[in-house]
Design a protein around this ligand. Structure first.
Ligand SMILES: Cc1cc2nc3c(=O)[nH]c(=O)nc-3n(C[C@H](O)[C@H](O)[C@H](O)COP(=O)(O)OP(=O)(O)OC[C@H]3O[C@@H](n4cnc5c(N)ncnc54)[C@H](O)[C@@H]3O)c2cc1C
Length: 429
């Protein structure tokens, strides 16, 4: 006979653990010794792999200001979900778990210990305190509603997992997306949702580094970061413009501004639309401004080399590489720069087209775009509008945030809503 639980949470990442804690707290009055009311099933050997590697091992827990515009997806629904569990609520909650957060200049919030382990340990500790059963190496292959097993007609779910089966009165799906599949989030969870009657919008890697054509100069600048304004142009129209730090790497470009822009490039490419990524290295200035600056500089210091002169504005290594890319000799004097070359160089400084070959793929993406449409979920409870007793949360949903702690905020907020609602539906609160 299968074990029966009140609530089964499939996936013990950020969203699943949060849902488990809030569900258990809501159900707390009902827990009796020996009963197994709440279980987290996870296919991985250990829980929270993504939390541990997040934020460079420091876990960027949330952001000082979280708005729906920081996310891609249905804005009114996202706004409601975030309002019910704000960034302040997340800070208070983590403080109650013993995790103090500190704010960095960028607005990102990290644990004061600078260790992601602090966040994971606090979540796991609270789960154990509440008697939540955490089952690792329990990969779920199927979830199906079953009327037959119910008492007084109440529906149960039959959960088929790698170690057997389980019956549950409520199921919360929290299997994540497809980014970094070796952590256990390989997209298989969407098949569970699909078989339960949900649709899945097209998924693709977001917050992902971009691979440039090998003829580009990125490899010689590997490790260099600089502030850049990136503009994504699709079918000749500007669809995104943002400024931030870009990092040159051996394969192409990375860094926060590239990761945030990658989604627009990737989406347009998937739709076979012509797309260009242009970089302005003189942020806030345009072609005439920079052309004037070069002329002024040539008048002031005519003998200065081009690379040295440009190093007033951009890192010298970059200036040297860009000069060559634009057909100029970086070591010739600035006053001797022919007009045509000056034009090329100013174009390079203010609107360099980055020759993107492809994104770096799921193994390097920080989040997944696409998933279960938010319209298929009740935003107050995260309950499925299709299957009573089912809840869907976290990265499985068609919502992804920009870099800065927003994706975890989404996991905490959706986990909170689903956990409380699933618990309350059983506790009769
Ligand atoms: C390198 C990296 C760094 C990041 N840094 C940050 C950051 O600093 N700040 C931030 O806000 N976001 C960050 N993110 C994004 C953030 O980690 C995710 O958005 C978030 O973890 C999603 O939480 P989740 O619970 O929905 O899914 P996940 O954390 O992916 O958890 C899903 C869980 O489900 C389990 N699972 C999957 N399928 C099954 C199945 N069939 N049966 C049983 N279990 C299953 C998996 O093993 C996994 O444990 C980062 C992501 C990456 C890859």
């Amino acid at each position: 006979m299968s074990t029966e639980v009140d609530i089964a949470i499939v996936g013990g990442g950020a969203a699943g653990l949060t849902a488990a804690i809030f569900a258990a707290e809501t159900l707390a009055g009902r827990i009796e010794g020996g009963k197994l009311p709440l279980v987290v099933l996870d296919g991985a050997k250990s829980l929270g792999a993504k939390i541990l590697i997040s934020g460079g091992g420091r876990c960027n827990v949330t952001h000082a200001v979280v708005r729906s515009q920081d996310f891609h997806g249905s804005q009114p629904i996202i706004r409601h979900i975030l309002a019910a569990f704000s960034e302040q609520a997340a800070c208070r909650w983590f403080a109650s778990l013993g995790v103090e957060l500190k704010r960095e200049e960028t607005g990102k919030l990290f644990p004061v210990t600078d260790k992601a382990r602090t966040v994971l340990d606090a979540l796991l500790h609270r789960c154990r305190e509440l008697g939540i059963v955490l089952l690792t190496q329990h990969r779920v292959m199927d979830v199906q509603p079953s009327q037959a097993d119910g008492v007084l007609g109440e529906q149960r779910f039959i959960i088929a997992h790698s170690q057997g089966t389980l019956l549950a009165r409520r199921v919360i799906l929290a299997t994540g997306g497809r980014s970094l599949p070796k952590t256990g989030s390989d997209g298989g969870g969407w098949d569970l949702a699909r078989r339960l009657g949900h649709t899945i919008t097209e998924t693709f890697p977001a917050l992902v580094p971009l691979v440039l054509e090998p003829s580009m100069f990125h490899a010689e600048l590997s490790g260099l970061s600089q502030i850049v304004e990136l503009t994504t142009v699709v079918e000749g129209k500007v669809i995104d413009r943002r400024t931030g730090s870009a990092l040159w790497t051996h394969f192409g470009v990375s860094g926060p501004v590239v990761m945030d822009s990658s989604r627009f490039w990737r989406k347009a490419t998937a739709a076979c639309l012509p797309v260009e990524l242009r970089a302005n290295f003189c942020v806030g200035e345009d072609f005439p401004d920079v052309a004037q600056w070069i002329l002024r500089r040539a008048a002031e210091k005519p003998k200065q080399s081009l690379a040295k002169a440009l190093s007033q504005r951009v890192p010298e290594r970059f200036a040297t590489a860009l000069c060559r890319w634009c057909g100029c000799d970086p070591f010739s004097s600035i006053a001797q720069l022919p007009q045509e070359q000056r034009r090329n160089l100013v174009h390079g400084l203010t609107g360099l087209r980055l020759p993107v070959l492809r994104d770096r793929g799921w193994n390097y993406a920080e989040v997944t775009a696409g998933g279960v449409p938010l319209a298929e979920i009740d935003f107050r409870t995260m309950a499925s509008r299709t299957v009573p007793g089912l809840y869907i949360i976290g990265e499985m949903l068609d919502c992804d945030g920009r870099i800065g702690g927003f994706n975890f905020q989404w996991a905490w907020a959706t986990g909170y809503a689903a956990g409380r609602a699933a618990g309350a539906s059983l506790a009769g609160c």
